[in-house]
Design a binder for this molecule. Structure first.
Ligand code: FMN
Length: 216
């Protein structure tokens, strides 16, 4: 099997969490002779090549981040340039996000299923997973802890041609976090995370506190 992979993030490849997820995913995907070609929506110079690849491939995987509860505008702009295929092409999706709860990705997931119909293709399922904010801030083992599990999902996709399996459905984790975890996260947000975000902001040249309100 050969798979066309499209990274639908508007963030350039170097900074894209989706790209880091795909790095691990494709390790599992390629273990048994599956091959792939990957393109980035963030690079408009690639759009013509992506369009050609869309019309000539029958297994397509679009990996995208959730942006404001649905799909990024730049990806939408690209998709609107495509015509329906109606030739049995299968499209699957990796839908990933910052916040952890699966429930907030379900509206996007439902849209992706509809979108596949608009493109005249067959829906091969969506791998839904949050809790990915940190990927671009981590390196080495810490990053691998978040992205590593996607390797197994690459194997699942290669074996089943999509994500319509119980294993892929279970990959989402919590639909809604239990109360004790929400409480712990609230405390973490006000303490450690606050310090960490302030440090990141300083490293990016921010000279004011993160809760600075000059117009208040
Ligand atoms: C403009 C913008 C909107 C976002 N909206 C959401 C959101 O609604 N829900 C969520 O959980 N994460 C949201 N995120 C976080 C991203 O989904 C998350 O960081 C993702 O891993 C980014 O992947 P990328 O680096 O490949 O773009 C948003 C991020 C940005 C920049």
């Amino acid at each position: 099997m050969h798979v066309l992979i499209i990274n639908g993030s508007p963030r350039v490849k170097q900074y894209s969490n989706t790209d880091k997820i795909l790095e691990k995913f494709t390790e599992g995907l390629c273990e048994n002779n599956t091959t792939y070609e990957q393109y980035e929506i963030s690079d408009k110079n690639q759009w013509e090549d992506i369009r050609k690849a869309y019309y000539s491939n029958s297994n397509i995987l679009i990996a995208l981040p959730l942006y404001v509860e649905c799909i990024p505008g730049l990806l939408m702009e690209f998709l609107e340039t495509l015509s329906p295929k109606n030739d049995g092409t299968k499209i699957a999706y990796i839908l990933q996000s910052g916040f952890a709860e699966g429930i907030q990705l379900r509206c996007g997931e439902a849209y992706l299923e509809k979108l596949t119909g608009f493109l005249g293709c067959e829906y091969a399922g969506t791998l839904v997973k949050g809790d990915n904010f940190s990927i671009r801030f981590f390196e080495g083992d810490m990053r691998d802890r978040v992205t590593g599990p996607y390797t197994e999902m690459g194997r699942e996709y290669a074996a089943n041609g999509g994500f319509n399996t119980d294993k892929c459905r279970a990959f989402t984790g919590y639909e809604i976090l239990p109360a004790h975890m929400r409480l712990a996260l609230g405390i973490l947000q006000r303490t450690l995370a606050r310090t960490m975000f302030a440090r990141i902001a300083r490293s990016w040249g921010c000279t004011k506190p993160l809760d600075y309100r000059p117009y208040q």
